[in-house]
Write a new protein. Structure first.
Length: 109
């Protein structure tokens, strides 16, 4: 399960790097075409990077919460299974105890 989370995070980071590269390419094209200045391109890139960081932090927080929920539910499930196992053992022991405590028929002489 941890491996799946690691792969998911790495895939997200990979997507962020690809997106950053595409944004830079697009901004460089706009600068070459004279649609924006290099300074404007820098400002836009910084705004996009800041938004990306905010979104990444939000996603990381949500992912962290989900991981904690999953781990918590797994350990609760283990506890529940253990409780059910113990209840079954207690019932079996009670049954055996009742069977051994029942009066035995006396042998005829």
């Amino acid at each position: 399960m941890i491996e799946t989370f690691k792969k998911t995070i790495l895939a997200g980071l990979g997507a962020a790097v690809v997106t950053k590269d595409k944004v830079q390419e697009g901004l460089e094209d706009f600068v070459k075409q004279g649609k924006i200045s290099a300074a404007e391109a820098g400002e836009i890139a910084e705004k996009i990077a800041a938004e990306g960081r905010k979104e990444f932090e939000k996603a990381s927080a949500v992912l962290g919460d989900k991981v904690r929920d999953v781990v918590s539910s797994l350990s609760e499930g283990k506890h529940l299974a253990r409780i059910e196992e113990l209840e079954a053992r207690i019932a079996a022991l009670e049954h055996r105890h009742k069977a051994s405590a029942a009066p035995k028929p006396r042998a005829k002489s």
